[in-house]
Design a protein around this ligand. Structure first.
Ligand code: CP
Ligand code: NVA
Length: 306
């Protein structure tokens, strides 16, 4: 089988995502019926964390076990990764002892180098630049609630971070639009976002304009992991980029609200919105489990169903 990685959203085609969403549905339904499904019996996932996590660790670890395999957790503090072992050497060793690897790290370059020296598939569990597993879950969640995302408009309010970049890549692959509003100085950098430049996004100075008529409004923390030194400046710069009821009111009447979590109520979103009726944040979090099980199955077994 051809070795595939999921390092950024554009690594897969629209047709492959359609397959993954269909498998996610099947795997989720089976799980909800308490029917065991162990296609990854005896397979081992290694999870490497250089940053904190609740959802990503839990969903990968539980997901791998539910599929009949096992998961091993490594972090920078307790492994040689934190003591300067070259990432290329680590990749050689780790991929000889496991079947698949998930990494959460800093620069995208680190995961690209790891994958280039790995014998097994590598999954991006978040880098400074991208968070493709989260967007996989978010789009699956959108489909569950509203049907196809094709041709829809997503409003991104806040930082042009790893989540924003991945939404922008997804828009190009799956053919929808993203309206981005960031404070001045924090705008999207199309090259860093890895865009083909197919014109699927527009930038707005005013977040209200970005939200106008949107089918989905989404945001994320003002300060991502690894950027803590900028926190004070960001708190000032982002003060007007808080998703509130007024923003939701100018979006489409049936607009959804999403946030990858963890969230800071009163900063990037009001409690009224994140805890309100348009919010689907708990479904988003749960769906990490189901879509990543489909992803693990796809990378290890290929297509199991025509
Ligand atoms: N959304 C997300 O990736 O959460 P964690 O940081 O808890 O893994
Ligand atoms: N943008 C956030 C997402 C956390 C899941 C971060 O990188 O910290």
């Amino acid at each position: 089988m051809e070795l595939r990685h999921f390092l950024q959203f554009k690594d897969f085609s629209r047709e492959e995502f359609d397959y993954l969403f269909e498998r996610s549905r099947w795997i989720k339904d089976k799980f909800k019926r308490y029917e065991p499904y162990h296609p990854l019996f005896d397979r081992t996932l290694v999870m490497i964390f250089e940053k904190a996590s609740t959802r990503t660790r839990l969903s990968f670890e539980a997901g791998m076990q539910q599929l009949g395999g096992s998961a091993i957790y490594l972090n920078t503090r307790d492994s040689q990764l934190g003591r300067g072992e070259p990432v290329e050497d680590a990749a050689q060793v780790i991929s000889r002892m496991s079947d698949i690897v998930m990494i959460r790290t800093f620069e995208q370059d680190i995961i690209e180098r790891f994958a280039a020296h790995s014998r097994v598939p590598v999954i991006n569990g978040l880098t400074n630049e991208y968070h493709p597993c989260q967007i996989l879950a978010d789009i699956f969640t959108y489909i569950e609630h509203r049907g196809s995302i094709r041709g829809k408009t997503v409003a991104w309010v806040g930082d042009s971070n790893n989540m924003c970049n991945t939404w922008l890549q997804a828009a190009e692959v799956l053919d929808f639009n993203v309206h981005v509003s960031t404070p001045p100085g924090y705008e999207v950098e199309p090259e860093r976002a890895g865009l083909y430049g197919t014109g699927h996004f527009e930038q707005f100075a005013d977040p209200m304009q970005a939200c106008k008529g949107a089918d989905l409004v989404t945001t994320d923390v003002w300060t991502s992991m690894g950027f803590e030194a900028e926190n004070e400046a960001r708190m000032k710069a982002f003060a007007d980029w808080c998703v509130d009821a007024e923003m939701m009111a100018v979006a489409a009447p049936d607009a959804l609200f999403m946030h990858c979590l963890p969230a800071h109520r009163g900063e990037e979103v009001t409690a009224e919105v994140i805890d309100g009726p348009q919010s689907v944040v708990w479904d988003e979090a749960e769906n990490r489990l189901h879509v990543q099980k489909a992803l693990l199955e796809f990378l290890l077994l290929g297509r199991v169903k025509a």
